[in-house]
Design a protein around this ligand. Structure first.
Ligand SMILES: [Zn+2]
Length: 398
């Protein structure tokens, strides 16, 4: 480690300059905040800190495909290969590129200014082919700068017709979430997946101009708490109030992830819903030897969401978590916030509230706040109270 030596060798003027530049940066950020926040916005937007976590824009590794033994995929756009593409295969648990085994990890550089192609998707950045330790799986990992990655995330996670300020809030939340993964998963072979298990990423966006503008206008900004990047999770519709990360995931919740009242998503598409499953089908799924006969002994979390429920059939009973119970209803089970659980004729019927895990920003609520002329910092302050906006890496404002 040499930063101290470097600082010691520098003339005092350079250090003064650094302090001046840092002060100018702070002022610039404060000006941006003042401009972006309408005068009546409340609660107060989070104060800003300039404490970059990286010395330059970090890269992120996104798992975009997995090959089981015997499977193969054609990748296009790789430097040094024909436009028709190159075959990547999993031969008995080992990666093979164009029929040749490759050393781990195999980096495939994309042609200059080109795009990586896999299936019907196009990606910016390069491809790393990597074997998962202690399994026979081979993963295809897209490696690219976090800002380019976010261009692919923002409009996959939020409809393009949402107000700009909601999209900006989404970009900052998504950047924070991604940065948290990069920082805590250093020893993993990738940082995030491309599905809603992490956040949805479909490669280079169709509406590139809008995506680029949204990301550029929030460049480098992340939510922080206690000097750390916040794992700023979010979900579609909270159903009335968000919940704590501890309740949902069992993690210890930092203050910004302890849940707030929302109410803004009331009356929207998924604020309330009904789902049903045949008692016989649920009984078969749970191997209870016949249709569900009784639902009992529910345990409910503090937020009102289901913690545990017991289902009885002719040949026994099963106790499920809220998530397992939700899965019985397939895609119609939108959350674990059930307001009615009932046996009715041949059916097990439930009413519920919200869509998603309900932790962090309520995306539909964010769009309502933006429609009411709230700036993105006020939106973030509402859903992540006590969070502080910081810089992930030094950003040079132009
Ligand atoms: Zn909500």
């Amino acid at each position: 480690v040499i930063p101290d030596e470097a600082a010691a060798g520098r003339p005092p003027g350079a250090i003064k300059m650094r302090a001046l530049v840092a002060a100018a940066l702070l002022v610039a950020i404060l000006l941006v905040i003042l401009q972006a926040t309408p005068p009546f916005a409340s609660p107060e937007p989070p104060p800003s800190v300039a404490a970059p976590f990286f010395d330059k824009e970090p890269e992120i590794r996104v798992r975009i495909g997995t090959l089981e033994p015997g499977q193969e995929a054609v990748v296009t756009g790789i430097d040094g290969w024909t436009p028709g593409g190159v075959k990547v295969a999993n031969r008995g648990g080992k990666p093979e590129i164009a029929g040749e085994p490759c050393d781990m990890p195999c980096v495939m550089m994309v042609k200059k200014d080109g795009e990586l192609g896999l299936g019907d998707r196009r990606y910016h950045g390069d491809l790393v082919v990597v074997r998962e330790p202690e399994t026979s799986r081979v993963h295809l990992v897209n490696r690219l700068g976090i800002e380019l990655y976010l261009e692919g995330v923002v409009l996959s996670e939020m409809p393009a017709d949402y107000p700009d300020e909601a999209l900006y809030a989404q970009a900052i939340a998504s950047r924070s979430y991604a940065a948290w993964q990069i920082l805590v998963r250093k020893d993993r072979i990738y940082d995030v997946t491309d599905t809603q298990r992490s956040q949805v990423y479909k490669g280079a966006p169709a509406q590139l101009e809008l995506a680029r503008r949204v990301v550029a206008n929030t460049r480098g900004r992340v939510l922080t708490h206690g000097g750390k990047v916040l794992e700023a999770v979010f979900s579609s519709t909270c159903g009335g109030a968000t919940r704590s990360a501890q309740e949902a995931f069992g993690d210890e919740s930092p203050a910004p992830l302890r849940g707030v009242t929302c109410g803004l998503c009331d009356g929207t598409q998924f604020s309330t819903w009904t789902a049903r499953v045949k008692r016989a089908d649920a009984g078969r799924t749970l191997a209870l030897g016949g249709p569900i006969e009784e639902v009992s002994a529910s345990k409910v979390h503090q937020s009102g969401r289901l913690a545990q429920v017991t289902l009885l059939g002719p040949k026994g009973q099963k106790t499920l978590t809220g998530n397992q119970f939700r899965d019985l209803f397939g895609a119609a089970g939108r959350s674990t916030w059930f307001t009615r659980i009932e046996l009715s004729g041949d059916w097990l019927v439930v009413d519920g509230r919200g869509f998603g895990h309900g932790v962090g920003m309520c995306q539909v609520g964010a769009s309502k706040l933006a429609s009411a002329a709230r700036g993105h910092l006020a939106i973030l302050a509402h859903y992540y109270p006590d969070a502080v906006i910081g810089l992930l890496y030094p950003v040079h404002e132009s």
